[in-house]
Design a protein around this ligand. Structure first.
Ligand code: UDP
Length: 375
């Protein structure tokens, strides 16, 4: 039986890997699910494992200090790889778990397949971008969600023979959940999330966020805001939680995945600095105001259904007004979701079932003795 190690640490990885793990298991792979504990908060991890019916074989509890956490994941990864020696490590996305397992895998000569490969924000200050590039340097199979992601990899010199466009498994999850798409006339209000350190750790931007929430409530109707634990901490520290509450603002703890999907589907606009929400809103035909100045999800920006605004209240409000207009609502509703078709997990399982894929994955030392170096 082919042994596949799937390490995962955060909410988006749990959500997106769920259908892939299910499909690999159903098609006869021995999948070992390792929860690294990067999101230790139960509302951000255990609740999602339960809801998505994922059962980690092992769960780590990491120390509180950020540097110690990174060290603990790397040490644990080295130990895991050296002890259990899987045939393949399958990682998804750009969290710290990804590059740390990639390094440990390569050191132990275990090949890596990277899902959601090729996303690029072109933001030199983004650690997630660094994580994606480390994954690209270590993986021998790059599972890109879109043609554009595959193009970015090719432009960085990744051999296209090692790249496959398979879609993003988040669309599989949404299809399997079966959350109803809501008709344009029945949608109301906005869903808002914000948790990026660049936004919520900066007191000026955090204050701008609070103002923005109220302005959106005035313009677009009720704003539902499930508050990420990090954002809640910063709001409490800045004594802004009281100012955030008010008419037309529904604050809550993070909600479960089905509940979140239903909220998104029923809203007129999503305002967020999250990556995954850009994909999910697109699936439900809901436009997105992105509270960042760059994004690795350019497909929505190109289609005109998502708009980059940073944490700039005036720009964000102009985008909200524009995107809730009938023409923009119609455009978002009728634009095909560019991020996947719901069959990503099947494609991954099929690929990993092919001998040719294992030839691609194999790590061999090249032999240039007496030959010309590669161009
Ligand atoms: N999400 C959720 N409940 C919430 C907020 C977000 O289920 O209260 C989901 C959301 O639908 C998306 C994922 O969590 O699938 C996004 O996670 P996050 O924003 O932490 O990470 P990112 O996608 O930016 O990497």
């Amino acid at each position: 039986m082919t042994a596949v190690l799937v390490p995962l640490g955060t909410r988006p990885e749990i959500i997106k890997l769920a259908p892939v793990v299910r499909e690999l298991t159903a098609t006869g792979f021995a999948v070992r699910l390792l929860a690294t504990g990067q999101h230790g908060d139960a509302a951000m991890s255990a609740a999602f494992f339960d809801e998505l019916n994922m059962h980690p074989d092992e769960t780590w509890v990491l120390p509180a200090d950020p540097h110690a956490r990174v060290a603990a994941i790397l040490e644990g990864a080295e130990h895991e790889l050296a002890t259990n020696r899987p045939d393949l490590v399958l990682v998804l996305g750009d969290t710290n778990t990804v590059p740390l397992f990639c390094l440990a895998a390569r050191r132990n000569r275990v090949p890596v397949a990277h899902l959601e490969a090729g996303l690029r924000s072109f933001n030199a200050t983004s650690m997630e971008e660094v994580n994606r590039k480390v994954a690209a340097a270590c993986a021998s199979l790059h599972l890109a969600p879109t043609d554009l992601a595959a193009q970015f990899l090719a432009e960085e010199g990744i051999d296209p023979a090692h790249v496959r466009v398979v879609g993003n498994p988040v669309i599989d999850v949404l299809r399997q959940l079966g959350v109803r798409r809501v008709g344009l006339g029945e949608r109301s209000g906005a869903v808002l999330t914000a948790h990026r350190a660049t936004n919520v750790d900066d007191p000026t931007r955090l204050a701008a966020l609070v103002e923005l929430v109220h302005r959106i409530a005035d313009e677009a109707g009720t704003v539902t805001f499930p508050v990420h634990p990090r954002t809640r901490r910063r709001l409490e520290e800045g004594r802004l939680l009281g100012a955030l509450a008010g008419d037309g603002v529904l604050l809550s703890e993070p909600v479960g995945y089905r509940a979140m999907s239903e909220l998104v589907a029923a809203s007129r606009v999503v305002v967020t600095d999250s990556g995954g929400l850009q994909e999910e809103a697109s699936f439900f035909g809901v436009p997105v105001v992105v509270l960042r100045r760059s994004t690795p999800r350019w497909e929505g920006v190109r289609a005109g259904t998502s708009r980059l605004v940073g944490m700039d209240v005036a720009l964000a409000m102009a985008a909200v007004r524009d995107l809730i207009s009938p023409a923009a609502q119609q455009l978002a509703d009728s634009t095909r979701c560019p991020y996947g078709d719901g069959h990503t997990a099947e494609r991954v399982a099929e690929l990993l079932g092919e001998r040719a894929t294992w030839d691609l994955l194999r790590l061999d030392e090249p032999d240039f003795v007496g030959r010309e170096p590669p161009a």
